[in-house]
Design a binder for this molecule. Structure first.
Ligand code: ADP
Length: 651
C-alpha cells in the first residue's frame, strides 16, 4: 500500500461546517477549554484501552503506563496533546472526526436562528469536543493508530477547519493519538508552560490519568523555584529539582493530581471540582443543576457520583444516545450508558457508579439479570429520588428548571417503574385551572390540599396544546363550581394518566369521559332539576340524533356546560380523542370510537332548535352544533365544505 493512493481529501458534513463556524465564534471568550476537551478525549481513550487490555494485555504493546502528554513548541507555534490510549483506525477516524453521527443533529441545526450571538448558548447543549481545537488553531493534525494494529496502519488526519480534511495512511510507531494544534497567529499565549499548566489544573485536575508536561524552563533558578513553590503540591519531586535548577532542565512532570475524584472524601472536594468533573464525565459545557456523591457499604460496596444536568442534550429523545451513567469496577472504567444501572426514564442522569462487587471482565450479558447489578441499580435509583425530593422541597426553583426540561421523561416512569410509582407521583408537576398558567408547578399534593371537602376525585383534562386544554368547554361546570382541574397537554400525558389511577386514595378522573358524576358535589335538588330538564328535552334530543344519524353514538342533555352549546364526550372506556389523534398522526389505522354529543339545555341555541320544525334549517343547525364541538376539542371536520355550506345557509 503506497501512501499516495491512500491519501484523500474529503469534505466535512455540512452540519460540521456550520457547527465549526458557530463554535469558533461562541467559544472565543472561553477558548482555553479546547485543552479540557482534548484531554477529556485522551482520558476516555486511556480508559478504553485499559478495559480492552483486561481481556488481551498484548494491546498495551509493552507500554502499560497510560498517560496524557501536553507539549508546546514556540518555534513551530504548536501545542500537542497525546495519549497512549486505544487510538483509532481509518474508519473510526472518518466516523468520529469529520462527521457528527448522532441523530438529532439536523434538528439541532434547524433550531439555530443564524444569529451567532443568539445561538452561542446553544453550542453547550451540543457538546463541544474535538472541534473546539479550531477555536485556537487554524490547522489541526491528528496522528493515531489503534492499539494492536500493525505499525503501518497509522492514520494522519489534517484540516484547516474550512470544510475539508485530508486522510492518509502512515506509519505510527506508537499506538494512541496525538492532536497537533497549529495555533493562530494571535494565540501565542498558549505557547507558555505556566499558562498551559494553570489551564490543566483548573479544568483537568480530576482526570485520573497522569497529565505530563515537559518542563523546558530556562528561567533563572530563583524565579523558577518561586513559581514552583507557589503552585505545585508535589514538594517531594521538587526538592530533587533544586540541585539541578542552575542548569536548564528538561523532564516530564505530572501536572494534575491524577486520582479518581470520586474516591476522595467529600469534605475535600470543592464545588468547582465537582463541576469540572461533571463537564468531563457528561461532555457538557454547562454547570450541572445538582449532584450527589455517596459511598454505600451495605451488602454491596459501591460509590455513586451522579449529576442532574440543567439542559436537555439535543439528543435526549434518541434511543441510541451514548452518554449515560458510566460503570467503573474498582476505578477501572468498564462501559458507558449501562441501561442496567439506570432506568430509561432517568436517562438524563449523568455520572458514574464504581463498585468493588463485580468482576473486572464484566460484560453487557453479565450485567443483565445480575443480582449485584440489580441491587446497585435499586440503591442508585433510590438516591436519585432522594436528590429529586430534596430539590423539590428545598430548592423549588431548581426543581422547576429540571421539571421543565425533563418532566416529560420522568413521566415515562409512571408507566415503566411500578415499584416507584407512588414515590414518583409525588414528584409530578402540572398546569391547572388554579392559575391557568402554562408552567407546570402544581403537585398532586397541592391539588388535594385545595380540594373541596365533598370532592372525591382528582379531575383532569387532556388537550393537544395547553390552550386547547385550558379552553375546553368541558371545564365550564368545574370553573363555575370552583373545582380545580389539571390541564394536561404533553404528548406522554395520555399514556401516563392511563397508568396513574389514583394518588393517596383519590382516583384520577378525566372530565371528558363518561357520565359526569360529581358525586357528593351535586346536591339532590340539582339532580332533580336535571331529571326534569332531561324529560323536557327528550323529544328534541331524539330529533337531533335522527338528524345526525351515524355521526354520533348518542345525544343527551348535559350539565357540564355553562357558556357553550355543545361538547363531545367519550365513553368511560373509549380511547380519548387526543389519543386517537396522536395515533392517527403516527400513521396508525384506528377505527375511531363514535362520540356522544352533549347539548346544553340552558343555551339559547337549544331553545331555538326546539322551536324549529324538521327540515333543512334544523338539519344545518344540528350539524353545526356537532362540528363546533369537534372544533373546540381540536378535532378536524370530516367534510369542511359541507360545514361551510350549512353555515352560509344560516347566515
Ligand atoms: P465526544 O467526545 O463528545 O464524543 P468529540 O468530537 O470530542 O466528541 O470526539 C468524537 C469521537 O472521536 C469520540 O467519541 C472518540 O470516539 C473519538 N476520539 C476523539 N479523540 C480521541 C482520542 N484521543 N483517542 C481515541 N478516540 C478519540
Amino acid at each position: 500500500m503506497s501512501d499516495t493512493t491512500q491519501k484523500e481529501t474529503r469534505a466535512f458534513q455540512t452540519e460540521v461546517r456550520q457547527l465549526l463556524d458557530l463554535m469558533i465564534h461562541s467559544l472565543y471568550s472561553n477558548k482555553e477549554i479546547f485543552l479540557r476537551e482534548l484531554i477529556s478525549n485522551a482520558s476516555d481513550a486511556a480508559d478504553k484501552l485499559r478495559f480492552a487490555a483486561l481481556a488481551n494485555d498484548a494491546l498495551y504493546e509493552g507500554d502499560p503506563n497510560l498517560e496524557i502528554r501536553v507539549v508546546f513548541d514556540s518555534e513551530a507555534r504548536t501545542v500537542t496533546v497525546s495519549d497512549n490510549g486505544i487510538g483509532m483506525n481509518r474508519e473510526e477516524v472518518m466516523a468520529n472526526i469529520g462527521t457528527i453521527a448522532q441523530s438529532g443533529t439536523k434538528e439541532f441545526m434547524q433550531s439555530l436562528s443564524g444569529e451567532q450571538v443568539k445561538d452561542a448558548h446553544l453550542i453547550g447543549q451540543f457538546g463541544v469536543g474535538f472541534y473546539s481545537a479550531f477555536v485556537v488553531a487554524d490547522k489541526v493534525t491528528l496522528l493515531t493508530r489503534r492499539a494492536g494494529d500493525p505499525v503501518d496502519a497509522g492514520v494522519r488526519w489534517e484540516s484547516a477547519g474550512d470544510g475539508e480534511y485530508t486522510l492518509e495512511t502512515v506509519e505510527q510507531a506508537a499506538h494512541g493519538t496525538s492532536v497537533i494544534l497549529h495555533l493562530r497567529e494571535d494565540e501565542k499565549e498558549f505557547l507558555d508552560g505556566w499558562r498551559l499548566r494553570s489551564v490543566i489544573r483548573k479544568f483537568s485536575d480530576h482526570v485520573s490519568w497522569p497529565i505530563m508536561m515537559l518542563t523546558k524552563e530556562t528561567a533563572a533558578p530563583d524565579e523558577a523555584e518561586e513559581k514552583e513553590a507557589a503552585t505545585d503540591e508535589d514538594k517531594g519531586e521538587e526538592s530533587a529539582d533544586k540541585a539541578a535548577a542552575a542548569e536548564p532542565v528538561e523532564k516530564w512532570e505530572k501536572v494534575n493530581r491524577a486520582s479518581a475524584l470520586w474516591t476522595r472524601p467529600k469534605s475535600e472536594i470543592t464545588e468547582e471540582e465537582y463541576t469540572e468533573f461533571y463537564k468531563h464525565v457528561a461532555h457538557d459545557f454547562e454547570e450541572p443543576l445538582a449532584h450527589l456523591h455517596v459511598r454505600l457499604e451495605g451488602k454491596y460496596e459501591y460509590t455513586l457520583l451522579l449529576y442532574l444536568p440543567q439542559r436537555a442534550p439535543f439528543d435526549l429523545w434518541d434511543r441510541e444516545r451514548k452518554h449515560g451513567v458510566k460503570l467503573y469496577v474498582r476505578r477501572v472504567f468498564i462501559m458507558e450508558g449501562a441501561e442496567e444501572l439506570m432506568p430509561r426514564y432517568l436517562r438524563f442522569v449523568r455520572g458514574l457508579i464504581d463498585t468493588t462487587d463485580l468482576p473486572l471482565n464484566v460484560s453487557r450479558e453479565i450485567l443483565q439479570k445480575n443480582q449485584v447489578v440489580e441491587a446497585i441499580r435499586k440503591g442508585a435509583v433510590g438516591k436519585v429520588y432522594g436528590l429529586l425530593e430534596e430539590l423539590a422541597e428545598k430548592e423549588p426553583e431548581k426543581y422547576q428548571t429540571l421539571w421543565k426540561t425533563f418532566g416529560k421523561v420522568l413521566k415515562e416512569g409512571i408507566i415503566e417503574d411500578y415499584a416507584n410509582k407512588a414515590r414518583l407521583a409525588k414528584l409530578l408537576r402540572f398546569a391547572s385551572t388554579h392559575t391557568d398558567a402554562e408552567a407546570q408547578t402544581v403537585s398532586l399534593a397541592d391539588y388535594i390540599a385545595r380540594m373541596k371537602p365533598e370532592q372525591e376525585k382528582i379531575y383532569y383534562v387532556t388537550g393537544e396544546t395547553h390552550v386547547a386544554a385550558r379552553k375546553s368547554p368541558h371545564l365550564e361546570i368545574f370553573r363555575k363550581k370552583g373545582l380545580e382541574v389539571l390541564l394536561l397537554s404533553d404528548r406522554v400525558d395520555e399514556w401516563f394518566v392511563s397508568h396513574l389511577h389514583e394518588f393517596e386514595g383519590k382516583s384520577l378522573q378525566s372530565v371528558t369521559k363518561g357520565d359526569l358524576d360529581l358525586g357528593k358535589l351535586d346536591d339532590e335538588e340539582q339532580k332533580k332539576d336535571r331529571e326534569e330538564t332531561e324529560n323536557r328535552f327528550k323529544d328534541l334530543v331524539t330529533r337531533i340524533k335522527t338528524a345526525l344519524g351515524e355521526t354520533v353514538k348518542e345525544v343527551r342533555t348535559t350539565h357540564r356546560l355553562v357558556d357553550s352549546p355543545s361538547c363531545l364526550v367519550g365513553g368511560e372506556y373509549d380511547m380519548s380523542a387526543t389519543m386517537e389523534r396522536i395515533l392517527k398522526d403516527a400513521g396508525q389505522e384506528i377505527p375511531g370510537a363514535k362520540r356522544i354529543l352533549e347539548v346544553n339545555p340552558d343555551h339559547a341555541l337549544l331553545l331555538r332548535l326546539q322551536a324549529e320544525t324538521e327540515g333543512q334549517r334544523f338539519d344545518d343547525l344540528c350539524h353545526i352544533l356537532f362540528n363546533q364541538a369537534l372544533l373546540c376539542e381540536g378535532g378536524q371536520i370530516e367534510d369542511p365544505a359541507d360545514f361551510v355550506r350549512r353555515l352560509n345557509n344560516l347566515l
